[in-house]
Design a protein around this ligand. Structure first.
Ligand SMILES: *Cc1c(COP(=O)(O)O)cnc(C)c1O
Length: 366
């Protein structure tokens, strides 16, 4: 053991705990096939069009990428319908979250406002950056506490962060709610919308204010290729920001964080409407199926605008999780989100969804 010191913020850092991998479960239980419905990945896998694009670009891997991925930023801007200067491409939307915390908030002075039981990244980044993390409790049945968030913000609030559709509940704030919140925030405070799951919200215009981006001066939206586009392993996401903020963040960022294959894959994914539309159809069918079948097994289900559903079962969560693992199915218990009675299951293929419901039926009703 060495005795090197680290910044006090790092001393008692709890690591991010990801869901278990298929290989880990196979080894632990001696299973040949495992169904993973734990990390909200795309049930259709990697699109064949994207695979070809990656293969075509393999020989370019010795080249540095173009800084800030301008070709991809332009393609994203066209697809979203905002000016190119508003797009900041990153190594997953996690990189954009990290950049916002480091570049917007002043350590030791500022605070960020989030709600309870949310994505671990926000708390990690706040701690790392020496910022006060103001956690507003959720409303009844885990409702998003938008009014209370507005009240918690003050002159030193750098950002108010809302995940919508929310992880892990699947609940979504409406454009009207968000517009109200945006209008009540202090000057110089950003409303950061983590829209990792916005592709699955229906109809989209009821849930994302990005269509009216110009009229929301303080909004930043974060999006990702990890979910609907099936590129979680390549690490690609982006932010939609006021142009001046995006420009200043580009100046201060680490160069070349988006690699050449991720850029090629992102460009191909945006063109591949067939895969995207198939994904949406599958997800919407699957979440409807879960919402119908889980209550029949005595579970309580939250309404979802996402590619997963949150539910509570009549039996102990840890036992249900373990019993499902033995049957080769990985879902996500939500203890690490502070919701020990709840579980999250993402939509798989139709067959995987049926297998999960059958297995859960066995576990709950013997
Ligand atoms: C999956 C997810 C992201 C996306 O992360 P990437 O870094 O783009 O893979 C962001 N926010 C939330 C809440 C998520 O669940």
């Amino acid at each position: 053991m060495s005795n090197f010191s680290v910044r006090p913020e790092i001393e008692d850092f709890a690591p991010y705990v990801p869901g278990m991998t298929i290989e880990q479960i196979q080894d632990m239980y001696g299973l040949s096939t495992v169904i993973k419905l734990a990390s909200n990945e795309n049930p259709l896998g990697t699109s064949p069009v994207v695979r070809k694009a990656i293969a075509r670009n393999a020989a370019r891997a010795f080249r540095y990428p173009e800084n800030h991925s301008p070709r991809l930023a332009a393609a994203i801007a066209r697809s979203v319908g905002v000016p190119e200067e508003c797009i900041l491409v990153g190594n997953g939307s996690d990189e954009i979250i990290d950049m916002l915390f480091r570049m917007k908030a002043v350590p030791g002075r500022d605070n960020v406002v989030c709600y309870g039981n949310s994505f671990a990244m926000y708390h990690m980044c706040a701690k790392l950056c020496g910022l006060e993390y103001r956690e507003v409790p959720r409303g009844e049945d885990c409702a998003l506490p938008l009014e209370a968030m507005a009240e918690a913000a003050d002159g030193h609030t750098a950002m108010v962060i809302v995940t919508s559709p929310d992880n892990p509940t699947g609940l979504a704030a409406t454009v009207d709610d968000l517009s109200l919140l945006s209008g009540t925030l202090p000057e110089d405070c950003l409303l950061v919308l983590d829209e990792a799951y916005i592709d699955f919200a229906w109809p989209p215009e009821a849930y994302t204010p990005v269509q009216a981006f110009d009229s929301f001066g303080n909004v930043v939206a974060l999006r990702t290729f990890s979910k609907a586009y099936g590129l979680g392993g390549l690490r690609l996401g982006y932010g939609i920001l006021p142009a001046d903020l995006a420009a200043r963040m580009k100046n201060a960022r680490i160069p070349f964080t988006v690699n050449i294959l991720a850029e090629a894959a992102g460009l191909a994914a945006l063109e591949d409407e067939v895969f995207y539309n198939e994904t949406l159809a599958l997800v919407m069918r699957g979440r409807e199926y879960f919402s119908k079948e889980l209550p029949k097994l005595g579970c309580r289900v939250w309404p979802s605008q996402s590619n997963f559903v949150m539910f509570e079962s009549p039996r102990d969560t840890a036992e249900v999780f373990e019993e499902l693992l033995k049957r080769g199915i990985i879902i996500r218990p939500l203890k690490s989100f502070g919701l020990p009675r709840c579980m999250r299951v993402n939509v798989g293929t139709d067959k995987e969804n049926e297998t999960f419901i059958r297995a859960l039926g066995e576990v709950l009703n013997g």
